[in-house]
Design a protein around this ligand. Structure first.
Ligand code: ATP
Length: 248
């Protein structure tokens, strides 16, 4: 229902460098406590949409020139990125971005730096993250730069969890990972979603896996939403099968 929507993007346009129109009127609704997938090929505008929401476009010379972005009923597109984090919106960037010279555990703790609820709560959450990612517990004293791609993706997600977010924007979690690891990462996203109640908006080129874990999907093409619906329906849609799932 309407009041369950935590994030609403309404007809936004995004322009880079004052001239390049990349999003041409994107609208989407993210229900609280759900997993929503933003799908589409390379360059469709998924990353740009996520960055517009978390207000990370400015450093890329991009701006929202039309439309509105509402979070919990408030217009947020003029806020700075730190304020979005304070409100509970955290983005896990594509390409994992760990602090390579810090250990796995130090990386996780950097996620808690804005918190003011004390060390007890932070260490409890560290245990919570290790609970979801037992592999990270094994690797806690390893330098992040020497861990595998899959482990670095886990660190990036774990670090986001350490900020006690409400909404996690997850950019291309499958990128560069072997199929088995992709499955493992999505299983963890699913259990975090179910157990902690965090809301996920994830961008994925891997339509197949995303539609198996998400509740709802939006398909972007050249900066426009061309289709949206419950994940189960999109999976059965002939066009989606033909163009995105690789089977006709
Ligand atoms: P990918 O999976 O490759 O990241 P995407 O769907 O996330 O694809 P975006 O990264 O949002 O797509 O890119 C959308 C379009 O915007 C592309 O044509 C891209 O070249 C362009 N673009 C992205 N960042 C910039 C930038 N900083 N300046 C100019 N154009 C950009």
């Amino acid at each position: 229902t309407e009041q369950d929507t935590v994030l609403e993007v309404n007809n936004i346009e995004v322009i880079y460098n004052h001239v390049i129109l990349v999003l041409k009127g994107v609208s989407l609704k993210v229900p609280k406590g759900g997993i929503t997938a933003l799908l589409g090929g390379n360059g469709a505008g998924k990353t740009t949409t996520l960055k517009a929401i978390s207000n990370l476009l400015h450093s890329e010379r991009g701006e929202v020139t039309k439309g509105t972005i509402m979070y919990r009923g408030e217009r947020v597109q003029e806020l700075d990125p730190a304020e979005m984090v304070k409100r509970g919106v955290i983005q896990v960037m594509e390409g994992r971005h760990c602090f390579e010279h810090l250990t796995v555990e130090e990386n996780l703790l950097t996620g808690a730096y804005t918190r003011t609820d004390g060390r007890g709560a932070v260490s409890a959450d560290l245990e919570m993250v290790y609970n979801y990612f037992p592999r990270l517990k094994e690797r806690r004293t390893s330098q992040a730069g020497y861990t595998s791609g899959g482990e670095q993706q886990m660190v990036a997600i774990g670090r986001a969890l350490m900020s006690r977010p409400e909404t996690i924007l997850l950019d291309e979690p499958s990128m560069g990972l072997a199929p088995q690891l992709v499955e493992q990462i999505f299983e963890i996203v699913k259990s975090v979603n179910e157990n902690e109640g965090y809301t996920f908006l994830l961008a994925e080129q891997n339509t197949n896996v995303a539609l198996r874990y998400a509740h709802y999907g939006y398909i972007l093409e050249s900066g426009r939403v061309v289709m949206d619906g419950p994940a189960a329906e999109l999976r059965e849609n002939p066009d989606v099968k033909e163009f995105y799932l690789g089977m006709s």
